[in-house]
Write a protein of this length. Sequence first.
Length: 618
Amino acid sequence: MSGRLLKKVLKEHEESKHKNHHDEDEDEEDEDEEQLGGSRGRSSINPFDLLNEGDEDPESEKETEIDDEEKKDEEADTVQPPSKNKSKKKKKKKNKETRANVVVKAETTFDETLEALSLNANSKQEEVQETKPSSSRPVLEIDPKYLNLENELRRMYGSKVVRSLESSTQAGGPGPSRQVRGGGRRGGVHHITKTVLITPMENWARWDRSFSMEFLETKDGYNYFRYTHSSSYEQAQRAFQAAQNLHDLNGVASVLINNPYHIDSLITMADYFKFAGDHQMSADAIGKCLYGLERAWHPMFTPFNGTSRLKYSHDANKPFFTALFAHMRNMDRRGCHRSALEVCKLLLSLDTDNPVGALFCVDYFALRAEEYAWLEEFSEEYQSENSLWLFPNFAYSLAIARVYLEKTEESSLDSSKSSSLDLMMQALKLHPTVLKKLVDKVPLKDQAWGKMLKHYYFRSDQSKNPSLDHLISIYVERNYLIWRLPDVQKLLKSAAELVIKQLDDKESDAEDFLSVKEEAFPAKHNEYSHLSIHDFSDSVPTLPPDNLQNFVADPRMGGGEQVAAGGGGGGHHQQQQAPPVSDVANRNPLAVFLESMLPWVNLGEGDDDADHQPDNNG
């Protein structure tokens, strides 16, 4: 509380004392009326009530009135002292009541705040609870501590190993850091704001506030938001589109010089570095995207409790989904499956329409992170048009999760759930074409698999259903590594043999599953054609330097060497760096040049590169 406000409160207190001095000898009814309407008087007596002003609710006031009446009834039975002493006694009690009520109201207000954050409390809370299942919130609730990739690396390898790796990469060699040394022309150290989604590097540029997020509406208990762009960002967007139409990656890199947080340019550079084989630079570009996107969040945007929505249908929101999905893949590539699972849950909670296909890889990350119980809970509680167990990835992944849950003593005693063998047989009857694809992809080389594939039910790898075939291809490409585990192969083999035996004895069982599948996935057109199978693959294709130059460079330019020679600052930068030439000697010249143009990158260690640093500290 400021000194001016405190003086004002004390002045009001003195005026209140003089004003109430002539009313001390009035009867109890008049005093009751003063106390019932004295919420403003109470705040003037206790200055700390101002901290909770506006947080009082009718129920709290009602409780205060009841307490006042009970205390007045007790005082009526006692001998009344002189009015002056009586007034002092009542004031002491009144102050004690006020302090007690402050504590009660503070607790109530805190609970109500938590309720508002999780349910967006408003006048329609009861209606929201009826329309939205209460169980759908916790199953997608995100633990921010698992979003940090460095935390999971420390849990897996230990803090000493991670620190030694960071110190080695910061020593000047090529690697993850490539950080700018020194403070630039302005001098000093640039301290960058920490975020939840990503751990920013201190050599990144300051957040330029070129875009923000606006609140749209509250609907069915969810808050809807959308990103908005400033005029300078829209100008950069037009420059990016012009460079994109010319396939001029040099122009895209130029956009980032003056607009270091232009998201589309960063994503384009990330894709280029990925195809060039420089995965760390690709991850850094995605990290900058997420840093800027998180800094633009609206104060009401609370994505970690599942109550905020960011619809993919808004064009300005699409880059956030693209960057999050790429960040999830980078986590998976580094073996941080628990962190990747949290990012996948975030993608599912932001838009329940599953625009980027997070629903078709969440089971993989749950299995790799050994979150078997959560996967079962998610499959039971998540709301979808079709039951999740009808999708190929969940049909098989739930059986695998049950294998490991059965090894625990508690789960083995639970007879209400189907066994892993029953679940695997059900998956094979629903999606028999998965078996042939797995045998080819894993691969499974035992002769027994060849005999099984000769059976009419498992002979084909196509179901003549475009949507289902596409989902099965995504599942096999994403999850085939899990099928290399001996326990999983043993379960699949036993289930396939039993299915063949049952089919030979009674075919009606298979026909029932086929009818269920046809109803869930109508064979009209591929509803998931917008999902690329490559986006769910562990393999990262790389292109030869010539193909990269022809694909991304301006066709008016001859090649990587000519671009570097005519690139102004980039070419001058490479000529000045005699010592570190060995670090980039075996890399694509065009990639090195474009990397040198990025405002957060410094390939050298000297003081002559200060020309690149105002953007990093401005």
